[in-house]
Design a protein around this ligand. Structure first.
Ligand code: RIB
Ligand code: CA
Length: 309
């Protein structure tokens, strides 16, 4: 499996990238970065840090530093810290360099060089992917599969527009462009994330892994976890991007999914960024997203054990 990862590398993105880097039979051939959890200048540094920790050599292409439409984005420092990696302190100086080619141009070039070969896993706002669709209208046809973490499927969001999930909320225009351009995409929503956490006991076991990857996992998560564990309504350790990566690497982990037509609200005073799912087929549009609603969390835990070993 030849993988391209587009990321706003925050803490959970880092885990998704680590999972792919340690998956036999999968090669991460490029990583593109985008502003989301943190500004792209932090995201760039965070991706290089993950590659340092994992000892992996993957080209990193810097991407959009703001959404398509300015004025709405704000970093998610409460969850990911100002730097986007939970305030991770032990950063050795990196010898790695970013590529000069911008992310969207790299996505278009790579897809054109190997049409039908790449699986694109989008873990942040879809700004780069939307730009790629506008640079090359055939880009979606050249991508074997698009899997993205984003959106809501029952209006249960995690932003101030309470029906909108963060990635779609940051750049709704980009999400609308991408959902319109790709005949089919696989969607891992916020509600599906809430339904499939690790237990705190599972988190504790993983965080005790005494390896470089295990210590990195603990060091980048402990602050947020210590904060979140105090709230009863937090069901456990949430895995938004890692779930999207897990079902990409191991499609057999999907237990329930269905095809529906989806688009994005762009104008709503209270709902801008909501992904609107036409469950009843009222719009008479071809379904464009495979909405994953059930998956095998035990299989995801095994992927974590593998990636932290
Ligand atoms: O809503 C969760 C998503 O927003 C995840 O991708 C997380 O990394 C943030 O980007
Ligand atoms: Ca992300």
């Amino acid at each position: 499996m030849r993988i391209l990862i587009d990321t706003d590398c925050g803490v959970d993105d880092a885990q998704a990238i680590m999972m792919a880097l340690r998956q036999p039979g999968a090669t991460v051939e490029a990583i593109t970065t985008v502003t989301g959890n943190a500004h792209v200048k932090h995201v760039n540094r965070n991706v290089l840090t993950v590659l340092d920790v994992m000892g992996a050599d993957v080209p990193v292409f810097p991407g959009a530093d703001q959404p398509l439409v300015p004025g709405y984005w704000e970093a998610e420092a409460r969850v990911h810290g100002e730097d986007g990696l939970g305030g991770y302190k032990n950063r050795p100086a990196t010898a790695r360099q970013l590529e000069a080619e911008p992310a969207a141009a790299a996505l278009v070039r790579l897809a054109s060089e190997a049409p039908g070969q790449y699986t694109l896993v989008a873990l942040g706002p879809l700004t780069n992917v939307a730009l790629a669709c506008r640079l090359d209208s055939l880009f979606p046809d050249k991508i074997r599969q698009l899997v993205f973490m984003g959106g809501t499927i029952s209006a249960l969001g995690n932003t101030r527009n309470v029906t909108a999930e963060f990635n779609a909320y940051c750049d709704p225009e980009a999400a609308e462009i991408v959902l319109d351009a790709f005949a089919q995409a696989t969607m891992l929503s916020w509600e599906t994330t809430l339904k499939h956490p690790f237990t705190w006991e599972q988190y504790d076991a993983l965080a005790a892994t005494d390896t470089p990857a295990g210590r990195f996992f603990r060091d980048t998560t402990i602050t947020t976890v210590d904060y979140l564990r105090q709230f009863r309504q937090v069901p456990g350790y949430l895995l938004p991007d890692p779930l999207a990566m897990a079902i990409t690497l191991r499609p057999e982990l999907v237990r329930e999914s269905a095809m529906h037509y989806a688009r994005v609200e762009l104008q709503g005073r209270a709902t801008r960024g909501q992904t609107v799912i036409d469950y009843m087929g009222l719009l008479e549009r071809e379904p464009n997203v495979s909405i994953v609603t059930g998956l095998d969390t035990a299989g995801v835990y095994a992927l974590y054990q593998q990636m932290l070993a």
